[in-house]
Design a protein around this ligand. Structure first.
Ligand code: ARG
Length: 255
């Protein structure tokens, strides 16, 4: 009786594992022929929705990498905050959503090679707010969970750091003058200025630079290695450069 009970429990556990575990080892992904990828979809021009279509620089990069790895792919989009934790919960195999490689994040996930190099830049409507020093006494908007938040927190004298669920919400807080400045990615800012030249946004200094990479669950190095091999080949043959030109009219890869 007891034996039967344990056998049933073991079978149930095995079944649950088979159903829910999706951050799979590389051979399981290869066997399935498809990789589960996750992004945010609210961070143009890197990952965003054009109608119902998820698109953007890093969406194209990830799809090209998956193809090079001989895999089909599936996308999930969730809030930025849930992306890396979803790897630990085995909800998807890979995350690509403009995460800067940081020591803190690297404790929880394994990063791939970077697909672009950038950094946080100060954006304001006030031309007098240009440098980190100019943020003293000011209210600054950032997206929750980002490297911008981590850096702005450490700028001396900042009056208040306001968190927003999306980068777009932080931008709109600046547009409606609810904050004095917004810290975002320099290419996001560049696109914003080009798109809305009359909005009066001005870019100041870069607060820091960072390398942006995809992430897989901690220790899934075979998957990271396979991704890296494919990414390197696509950088070498000009594919990534062409994707970059399409979105930025320049090459954003790390030099
Ligand atoms: N590069 C910044 C970071 O590492 C911001 C990323 C924001 N990404 C997004 N999909 N909203 O935290």
């Amino acid at each position: 009786m007891k034996k039967k009970f344990f056998a049933t429990v073991a079978a149930a556990v095995a079944l649950c594992a088979a159903v829910s575990v999706q951050a799979r080892p590389l051979d399981a992904i290869q066997k399935a022929g498809s990789i589960n990828m996750a992004s945010e979809g609210q961070y143009a021009p890197f990952n965003f929705f054009k109608g119902k279509q998820l698109t953007g620089y890093e969406i194209d990069v990830a799809e090209a990498v998956a193809k090079k790895m001989g895999l089909k792919h599936e996308w999930k989009t969730v809030g930025f905050d849930a992306l890396l934790t979803g790897l630990a919960q085995d909800r998807w195999d890979l995350v690509i959503a403009s995460h800067g490689i940081t020591e803190e994040r690297a404790k929880a996930v394994t990063f791939t090679l970077p697909h672009y190099c950038s950094g946080g830049i100060i954006v304001s409507l006030n031309p007098a707010i240009k440098s980190a020093g100019d943020l003293a006494g000011k209210v600054v908007a950032v997206q929750t969970g980002t490297s911008y938040l981590e850096h702005v927190k450490h700028v001396p004298g900042v009056k208040e750091v306001k968190n927003f669920p999306t980068d777009e919400a932080a931008r709109s807080a600046l547009a409606s003058k609810r904050v004095d400045a917004w810290v975002t990615d320099r290419f996001v800012a560049k696109e914003m200025l080009a798109k809305a030249p009359k909005a009066g946004f001005k870019t100041g200094d870069m607060l820091f630079i960072e390398q942006i990479a995809a992430a897989v669950s901690k220790g899934n190095t075979p998957l990271a290695d396979a991704y890296n091999t494919a990414l390197k080949a696509l950088i070498a043959d000009g594919t990534i450069k062409a994707i970059s030109q399409k979105y930025f009219q320049e090459d954003v890869t790390c030099k």
